[in-house]
Design a protein around this ligand. Sequence first.
Ligand SMILES: [Zn+2]
Length: 390
Amino acid sequence: MSGRAQLMWDEAVTEYDFGPGHPMDPVRLTLTRKLIGALGLDREVHAVAARPAGESTLRLVHRADYIEAVKAASADPGAADTSYGLGTLDDPAFRGMHEVSALIAGQSVAAAEAVWHGEALHAVNFAGGLHHAMPGAASGFCVYNDAALAIARLLELGAERVAYVDVDVHHGDGVQAAFWEDPRVLTISLHEHPRTLFPQTGWPQETGAGDAEGSAVNVALPAGTGDAGWLRAFHAVVPELLADFRPQVLVTQHGADTHFEDPLAHLAVSLDAQRAVQLACHDLAHTCAGGKWVALGGGGYAVVDVVPRSWTHLVGIAAGRPVEPETVIPQSWRQEVYARTRRVGPLRMTDGRWPVAWADWEAGYDPANRLDQSILATRRAVFPLRGLLA
Ligand SMILES: [Zn+2]
């Protein structure tokens, strides 16, 4: 039933391009795909190019008038309707925007379908994780919310419990909003505090509504949080909630913008800690979700030094062949980096911080410490709602 992990990839996803000067440079996807190949991981995965998400699939999350607005902006970028967040600085309109956004969404939806039907135990779409898109608006470099669409498709297929864990440096606001009143979906987001970062949401007190109170979880980390703090927060919140919720599928979003080199945010996490969290997510999929795991990309704007390495680790982990941190990166890939960017690529698959240590929450906490205050705020806001001890 397991088979090889499925890697979703269609070269055309690199047409998701907001133009020169925009931080979301599609070279990050190209370089990731090439690094996966350069490290020999192609032999370990089943690469699949899925079809774009169609209208009825997009409608599982998005409003019809918004989809029409995206199509109109896609056909005539100059006429983009900014009231839908289109044609803005964050989400400039470009020709073909609808088609490529639907293509990326289609990869995540197909990943979810493959995992649900048991065609693959794990599936990765690193071009996805566009978690800020709202039902009726583009936001934060995101047009269609492929993460929310993958989850909505799982529900449509009959899933009763889906967990979403988002470790992008930004709050997973669009996914949270899509399932705000749906108790079938547990959303957990770890991110830099809304006081210092877009989208200024993701407070611990945001816990969902109605029947779904307690199904949105937010850990708002102080700016400057590093490896040990980030891992401490993850392990103080995520495993206990997943063990209790027992999702049928685990969907994770691995934005690489927590990294200390990322130009758009202020956490101080290394590649090695990102890899540790990816390994933890894989373990949690097996211990809590019968192994069913859909892993997505997300943000990440250090497009040469960080993103390709981070998501190559993710693919290696999903493929059952984790890339060792000390691995030397093939010269062929570094030549490709130079040819495309005139920059010098990294030498190894590590930032030199492996293995990453952290202090376990169960061993005690310090009420005067700002990180521990953040963790405690989350546990107090949501654990009692789920019948767990804060
Ligand atoms: Zn982000």
